[in-house]
Design a protein around this ligand. Structure first.
Ligand SMILES: [Zn+2]
Length: 409
């Protein structure tokens, strides 16, 4: 990507690693931050982009989404998860590739305007693939493995996907075994093998509902009838009293490169296992609330040093694709959590785990992925600008990816 030099003058900068600087001039070139000058006289500033009463911070990472479902906004309301899942499958099967591509384009635009510089996409129909490869947004495109029988076709498509897409700094590939219940045991083992051989990130919905946990432990409950409707039962592991996370580990899918999407109902021993394997939890706050789950064990994970990062999930279960909106929601529900912690997890922690060590921090030499949040009022000295960034009226007014301005308001 060819980029020109961009200078940004900002009142407040949060680097993602705990440092706040004031009155800064950032110079971006060649996709990177080339200099950060501090305490400049902003009255004489002639930078192309001037940000007053705004906080500049690393770009948000949306660690879980399904852009192909972006057209379903408001179509399914406040649903029971099991019925919702069934209905979504019918809708996805009935959609044309054009409709799904259009949905993905809408989702990309919405992501850019909400400060997202990188996202992890579960592509089911491969309709989001081309739009993402052309978008000025970093993406990890996870091929969703779904299927019970005739999975050889699916396996071949996964391998073709891996061979066919050229990886670069903007786009990477990953594998998304949808869940323990939407893919056969055989297909799940194949995913583990492919991920291991190609050092791929694994993204998997896990322990999302109480019913899922009950089904895998005892083979009973409402999930069983859903899976009977899918014709899945013969292809799934036999109930053995093990939690879904233990089963995931048995399948070699619980690794330090695994994103545990939702993980709403971990059991006692699951915490130690997740920590031992070094996996990451992805919490989708408003989607979680949409399905009226029990409170997410976010603090329990954090207390045990298990990283938790944030995703929106699709527009079929959350009102927007904005990670800032997700964080505002978490802050409202859990006011004791410091804004700095939430913003760091959603930027630096997520980028480091998903993209690599040099991402998600604003420092000289680092990739220039950042955004700016317009604050509702000027931060008084005792009023942290980071807390103000999560005020209901704050809004993203700039997104820069790889040194290129991709959204400005
Ligand atoms: Zn999902």
């Amino acid at each position: 990507m060819k980029v020109k030099k961009v200078r940004i003058s900002a009142e407040i900068l949060f680097d993602g690693e705990g440092h706040i600087r004031r009155n800064v001039r950032l110079t971006l070139f060649g996709g990177r931050v080339v200099s950060i000058e501090e305490k400049i006289d902003r009255r004489r500033e002639d930078a192309e982009i001037r940000l007053d009463s705004a906080l500049v911070l690393p770009g948000f990472v949306n660690a879980h989404t399904h852009l192909e479902l972006s057209r379903h906004q408001a179509e399914v309301k406040d649903a029971d998860f099991i019925e919702w899942l069934y209905q979504m499958r019918l809708k996805l099967d009935a959609a044309t590739k054009e409709e799904l591509t259009k949905a993905a384009l809408k989702g990309i635009e919405e992501s850019l305007s909400s400060g997202t510089s990188a996202l992890v996409e579960h592509t089911n129909a491969e309709a989001s693939l081309s739009p993402l490869l052309e978008a000025p947004l970093r993406s990890v495109i996870a091929f969703e493995a779904v299927g019970y029988n005739q999975t050889d076709v699916k396996k071949e498509r996964i391998l073709a996907h891996l061979r066919g897409v050229k990886k670069n700094d903007m786009h990477r590939l990953a594998i998304a075994p949808h869940s323990l219940y939407r893919a056969s045991e055989d297909l799940l083992r194949f995913c583990a093998d492919v991920a291991s051989k190609n050092s791929l990130l694994i993204s998997c919905h896990i322990s999302e509902t109480k019913e899922e946990v009950e089904f895998f432990k005892y083979g009973t409950g409402r999930f069983r009838s859903l899976l009977e409707r899918f014709g899945a039962i013969p292809y799934l592991p036999n109930p053995s009293g093990k939690s879904p996370l233990l089963l995931l580990d048995d399948l070699n899918l619980l690794t330090e490169r695994t994103l545990l999407v939702h993980c709403n109902y971990p059991e006692g021993n699951d915490f130690a296992l997740i920590k031992k394997r070094g996996a990451t939890v992805v919490y989708c706050p408003r989607s979680h609330s949409f399905f009226r789950h029990s409170p997410h064990p976010l603090e329990l994970f954090l207390e045990q040093d298990i990283p938790v990062i944030f995703g929106t999930d699709s527009l079929a279960s959350t009102p927007s694709l904005s990670i800032l909106d997700e964080l505002k929601f978490v802050k409202r529900e859990r006011p004791a959590l410091p804004a700095e912690k939430l913003l760091s997890l959603a930027t630096r922690t997520a980028a480091r785990l998903i993209l690599g060590e040099e991402f998600g921090v604003i420092r000289e030499g680092a990739p220039a992925d950042l955004c700016a949040i317009k604050l509702p009022h000027h931060p008084a000295s005792d009023n942290s600008p980071l807390e103000l960034a999560l005020h209901p009226e704050s809004e993203v007014n700039l997104t820069v990816v790889g040194g290129k301005v991709v959204f400005q308001k």
